[in-house]
Design a binder for this molecule. Structure first.
Ligand code: HEC
Length: 188
């Protein structure tokens, strides 16, 4: 019975990550193999949504931005600057992109996952896929230019868009998809 329900694809690729979206290396165009990602953080609700839709659901979700910022400050700001203003690596907070596909969530995921040229190494062994989505949400939040050139925001996000202000803080209690599940009331 179990065998009858088991499709060829499912059995052969029992451990393969299923994705409706294909991701490509930003420089070579090669298809990225998601199975090379770190084992943790593969099946969070955010990653699942992203692999189905190609939309990073953490963008402008206040509950996700604090962790996104922390990852950015550890893994990216040394080369891209504290607020993505650019250093060794190019600015990430303006409307100029060396690779225009980085204006899409799928494109920038490909760059973070698989790297680009020079010091922009692949992050596939540094960050989980969930962390990649978090840090991308932070990069989008740092954006400071005209919202017209920010196709990664949806219509609602475009309406509420404010250029990033240095020093903006997020608490651990922000509501949203990254919020910790409500704690059980202590039994007394
Ligand atoms: C060791 C330095 C270094 C680190 C760390 C680094 N980058 Fe980069 N990054 C670069 C360089 C250099 C480039 C330019 C590469 C090119 O043009 O091909 C780049 C390019 C990029 C681009 C393409 C920008 C464009 O204009 O198209 C993105 C997006 C990006 N990095 C995101 C990130 C993120 C997110 C992180 C952290 C997870 C990160 N980088 C970490 C050095 C770095």
């Amino acid at each position: 019975m179990g065998a009858a329900l088991c499709t060829i694809i499912f059995c052969v690729g029992a451990h393969a990550i299923e994705s409706s979206v294909e991701f490509h290396n930003t420089v070579t165009g090669e298809t990225l193999n998601l199975d090379e990602s770190l084992p943790q953080g593969r099946d969070t609700p955010g990653v699942k949504t992203f692999l189905q839709t190609g939309i990073d659901p953490y963008i402008e979700d206040r509950s996700c931005l604090k962790r996104g910022e922390q990852i950015f400050l550890t893994a990216c700001s040394g080369c891209h600057g504290e607020i993505g203003e650019g250093k060794v690596g190019p600015g990430l907070n303006d409307d100029y992109w060396t690779y225009p596909e980085n204006q899409t969530d799928v494109g920038i995921f490909g760059t973070v996952f698989g790297g680009a040229r020079a010091q922009m190494g692949p992050q596939v062994q540094n960050l989980t896929m969930d962390e990649m989505l978090l840090v991308i949400a932070w990069v989008r939040h740092l954006y400071k230019d005209d919202v017209k050139h920010a196709p990664w925001f949806n219509e609602a996000q475009k309406k509420t868009y404010q250029p990033y202000k240095l020093g903006e803080k997020f608490s651990d209690e922000e509501p949203g998809i990254c919020a910790a599940p409500p704690r059980q009331a202590a039994a007394e």
